[in-house]
Design a binder for this molecule. Structure first.
Ligand code: ADE
Length: 247
């Protein structure tokens, strides 16, 4: 997957590009990330990229042209037409479903804004999509772009090994992950659930399913909306309501 990023602070992307999973995806050639700074496309010697809003009011607005040229310089470096995404709190909320939808794109351009926002004409003419990482306002789109890059990288085929299997992870099956334990068996007086030590694979699988179900039911019951519960899940709920489940 090819990702171009338009940002006033390209250096910030070292945080994801030099460490962990994204750096591995880059090194293995699963991912290619290119950066462009709108300041390099400013028309004046002060490298101005923002100006006061028409109509007055506080703050500055990022001008359309330097952003457009930065995005176009990136698009010229890829063979497929990139999907251009502006990161903004007004965008559609990012969730695993949106990640799955975007990861099939051959190329993306992520536009990180600053100040009070960007000129509306760039949004309507040079962006295909707008994405928000949550209902809170950050000072710029760099962190949201990094969040999206990380979430995408781990879904690119070949990036995660079998050991990091996706089969049970949160949201893949429309529910949260359950509890995990590792050595030591006794930690500060608290032991590991007996079933996990039993060596009985079927019992372990069932314990994990119940643990995941319980967590989802207690924390995010709305994740069950829109799909019918199977027989096991109905039994889990009955157990939970009776207070009889210890997963
Ligand atoms: N830019 C500023 N805040 C943001 C958010 N919550 N999501 C995406 N982009 C943003």
């Amino acid at each position: 997957m090819w990702i171009g990023i338009v940002s006033l602070f390209p250096e910030m992307f070292r945080a994801v590009m030099q460490y962990g999973l994204v750096s591995r995806a880059l090194a293995a050639g699963h991912l290619d990330i290119r950066l462009a700074n709108p300041r390099d496309f400013a028309a004046d010697k002060h490298r101005t990229v923002d100006d006061a809003p028409y109509g007055g009011g506080p703050g500055q607005v990022m001008m359309a042209e330097p952003l457009a040229q930065a995005a176009e310089s990136l698009a010229a470096r890829t063979h497929t037409a990139p999907r251009r995404i502006y990161l903004t709190p007004e965008g559609r909320p990012l969730n695993q479903q949106v990640v799955e939808e975007l990861v099939v794109c051959d190329s993306l351009i992520l536009i990180a804004g600053h100040y009070e926002g960007i000129d509306e004409r760039l949004r309507t003419n040079a962006c295909d999509d707008e994405v928000s990482i949550g209902d809170y306002v950050l000072s710029g789109g760099e962190l949201p772009a990094m969040v999206l890059v990380d979430a995408l990288a781990r879904r690119i085929p070949g990036v995660l090994g079998n050991a990091e299997s996706l089969a049970h992870e949160s949201f893949t099956a429309g529910r949260l992950e359950g509890a995990h334990y590792t050595r030591p068996r006794l930690w500060r007086g608290e032991t590991v659930p007996e079933t996990l030590l039993s060596g009985d694979h079927a019992a372990v699988e069932s314990w994990r399913a119940r643990s995941a179900f319980k967590r989802t039911y207690e924390r995010r019951p709305e994740l069950f909306k829109g799909r019918p519960l199977d027989a096991h899940e109905t039994t889990f709920i009955e157990d939970l309501q009776k207070g009889g489940d210890h997963a």
